[in-house]
Design a binder for this molecule. Structure first.
Ligand SMILES: NC(=O)c1ccc[n+]([C@@H]2O[C@H](COP(=O)([O-])OP(=O)(O)OC[C@H]3O[C@@H](n4cnc5c(N)ncnc54)[C@H](OP(=O)(O)O)[C@@H]3O)[C@@H](O)[C@H]2O)c1
Length: 280
């Protein structure tokens, strides 16, 4: 890897991207964040922002903000093609698992001729602490339309470690890593782990997609996010991903982090402490 040219990290302010940025920075490697709030600004929906972020970079971590929406595959493919044409052949693509649009995206990005590493990830454990599920945990009830399908929740730190390994070591070129945690957990079991870690009752309540969408809208969750999550809960969470994979072990040579360890460490930060009620 060229250590003088920056690595472009798309979604560089998100759950995985910011961890990738932290890790590269700790290694003393230059980084350029690509997001709507970065400078130069990057927006998937505004192609005029694509060329400036690619200027002078040596490699790129690419991830669409909603990789399962129709059209994301073409968008990712076009970006990869531009990257390769701009002299950035080394790409690490991070996306979901078991979704048609994600498979199309992988093919489109591969078509660019990039030196590619692909990461397919299952649900992040950090959805419970770094997205709006966190507020449900704080309130003591996690109501989601997930029935009780088992999922091998994976730790965001593991995903970022794999992404960084792939960015800095050419031995990962051509690899496809399917990233999961070390065990399958139903949502009831995952929330029970969190409950144990915080030392108070937090329960999982399976609800319908319609109730989920209505409550999320009341809480101000943007429409596009609700639609996306409704699709994922309604279609992708049907048990197709209820199996473990060994991507973390293959890429890093160690076991993935268990959900229990994630829950213990997240609880220790106080992120799930009940919100103080305001005295008038
Ligand atoms: N969460 C999961 O469990 C999970 C599992 C597997 C795969 N995935 C996939 O992984 C990807 C990232 O998910 P995440 O949960 O890590 O996201 P996240 O934490 O919500 O972060 C989203 C990132 O996208 C950026 N962004 C939003 N809209 C953008 C736009 N129009 N143009 C450019 N950047 C934009 C945001 O920065 P700004 O707001 O600054 O633009 C932010 O950096 C998604 O494709 C998701 O489907 C997620």
């Amino acid at each position: 890897m060229n250590t003088h040219q920056p690595t472009l990290v798309l979604n560089g302010t998100g759950k995985i991207g910011r961890r990738v940025v932290e890790r590269l920075t700790l290694r003393g490697l230059p980084v350029r964040i690509g997001s709507r709030s970065s400078e130069p600004r990057f927006d998937w929906e505004d192609r005029s922002t694509w060329v400036p972020v690619l200027e002078g970079v040596g490699s790129a971590y690419i991830s669409h903000h909603f990789d399962a929406i129709p059209g994301a595959a073409e968008t990712l493919g076009s970006f990869a093609e531009l990257a390769v044409k701009s002299g950035v052949p080394r790409l690490v693509l991070m996306s979901g698992r078991g979704e048609q649009e994600v498979e199309r995206a992988e093919r489109a990005v591969r078509h660019s001729g990039a030196e590619l590493t692909v990461l397919h990830s299952t649900w992040f454990a950090q959805n419970f602490s770094e997205s709006y599920w966190q507020e449900m945990v704080q309130a003591g009830e996690v109501a989601l339309p997930a029935a009780d399908t088992p999922e091998p929740f994976v730790d965001a730190d593991n995903i970022a470690d794999v992404a960084v390994a792939a960015l800095i070591d050419d031995r990962h070129i051509g690899q496809i890593y399917e990233l999961t945690g070390p065990r399958l957990l139903t949502f009831t079991e995952a929330v029970a782990e969190i409950s144990r870690a915080v030392g108070r009752e937090i329960r999982y309540l399976p609800i319908s997609i319609e109730d989920f969408a209505a409550t999320a809208a009341e809480q101000g969750v943007p429409n596009e996010v609700i639609e996306m999550l409704s699709y994922i809960f309604g279609e992708v969470l049907d048990g197709r991903n209820a199996h473990l994979a060994n991507g973390v072990q293959r890429a890093l040579g160690r076991e993935p982090r268990d959900f229990r360890d994630y829950a213990r460490d997240a609880a220790a930060t106080g992120i799930w402490n009940p919100r103080a009620t305001r005295v008038a």
